[in-house]
Design a protein around this ligand. Structure first.
Ligand SMILES: Nc1ncnc2c1ncn2[C@@H]1O[C@H](COP(=O)(O)OP(=O)(O)OP(=O)(O)O)[C@@H](O)[C@H]1O
Length: 342
């Protein structure tokens, strides 16, 4: 089952000025992006166009204009060939309640063209990989959300695809379930060499799992970069200090002292956690030392100094001048992403 990826620079997904217009809304707006092998996160607030993009890439929904290729195959003419090579985990619950995970996944394997014995063998392997054991013989209707997500993941993997599209696989999971799912997703690539495109409205959870992150907003490309680049360009330190009799407004005292030492402190206005929290961009280890020394010199207590979790809101705040067309709906959804963020 293990597969070795020998060609590093292949383009797994390529879109060129891809648009999808519905009568009342433009779901994708001239999106041009290239995605290589590995685990890629597709991030955007609800309604940003993620599911629409996946359906076009699977050849299930025609684009209004532009073009796209998946594994070198044109989505407009080679949909069936793409679906043979690509696994798909849909966002919404789509599982029959009365059959067991084993029966369902064997059925999906047979639908993909595997002979009966191979379908059973691949099903057992795949269900073990996603962490379903004895439960796999019980009807799916009695499963928890986490178990159902695992069955959906298993059916996407059972025909040994080259690439999988996972639409919001952590939806509805508690923090432990979410971490387990993210670990499984990572291993799909590291253990089996299957590339992954995974969507989420939470940037924070994807940066731990993905090699590359693509951010969309209102159907437009906001940013596409490796996770490392992303982290480096958005490294924000959050600092909180105590007040003392000498410095009744400790926050202001630290801000002024840092300013005098040449460090510009971001007011953080509009971001969650602003107020008594100072936000500044860390330039490396020295910034941590400087903050610690500054707070100590003022005789204040350091309540916390931490690298802030990145949230979609920060990308939007940084990139509002990049030409992203932001409608009222998207603003609302962005706030929602912030509320659920990190
Ligand atoms: N079949 C459709 N007819 C009309 N509008 C649609 C259709 N499918 C999607 N849309 C609209 O297109 C926009 C993008 O939807 P899409 O489902 O792709 O977003 P998303 O980023 O996947 O968000 P979510 O995770 O909430 O589904 C939304 O405004 C949605 O209402």
């Amino acid at each position: 089952m293990a597969r070795i990826t020998t060609v590093e620079d292949v383009t797994v997904i390529a879109t060129e000025s891809l648009s999808k217009r519905f009568p009342r809304v433009t779901a994708l707006d001239r999106l041009s992006v290239d995605v290589g092998p590995g685990v890629t996160g597709l991030v955007g607030a609800n309604g940003a166009g993620k599911s629409t993009l996946i359906k076009i890439l699977l050849g299930l929904s025609p684009a209004t204009e532009g073009r796209a290729e998946v594994l070198g195959l044109d989505v407009a003419t080679k949909g069936a060939a793409i679906r043979e090579r690509v696994g798909y985990m849909p966002e919404h619950d789509c599982l029959p309640p009365d059959v067991s995970a084993t029966e369902f996944v064997v059925h999906m394997a047979r639908m993909s063209g595997l002979p009966p014995a191979a379908a059973r063998e691949r099903t057992a392997d795949t269900l073990r990989h996603v962490g379903l054991y004895e439960e796999r013989y019980r009807p799916i209707g009695g499963y928890s959300t986490g178990m159902k997500q695992r069955v959906k993941l298993a059916q996407a993997l059972v025909h040994d695809p080259q690439l999988v599209f996972l639409d919001e696989p952590t939806n509805g999971l508690d923090p432990v379930g979410r971490d387990e799912m993210l670990g499984l997703i990572r291993r799909i690539y590291t253990d089996f060499g299957i590339s992954v495109l995974v969507t989420s409205h939470l940037l924070g959870e994807l940066e731990r799992t993905c090699d590359h992150v693509v951010v969309v907003d209102g159907g437009k490309l906001l940013r596409s970069s490796s996770t490392t680049d992303f982290t480096q360009t958005t490294t924000t330190l959050a600092i909180e200090v105590t007040d003392t009799d000498e410095h009744p407004d400790g926050t202001r005292a630290v801000r002024d002292a840092l300013h005098a030492r040449g460090v510009t402190v971001d007011a953080g206005s509009g971001l969650p956690g602003a107020g008594h929290v100072l936000l500044l961009t860390a330039q490396g280890e020295e910034t941590y030392d400087l903050v610690r020394d500054t707070v100590a010199d003022l005789g204040l207590g350091l309540v916390r100094m931490e690298q802030r979790r990145h949230q979609i809101a920060e990308v939007f705040t940084t990139d509002t001048n990049t030409g992203a067309d932001t409608g009222t709906d998207t603003d609302e959804q962005r706030k929602e992403a912030v509320r659920h963020g990190g």
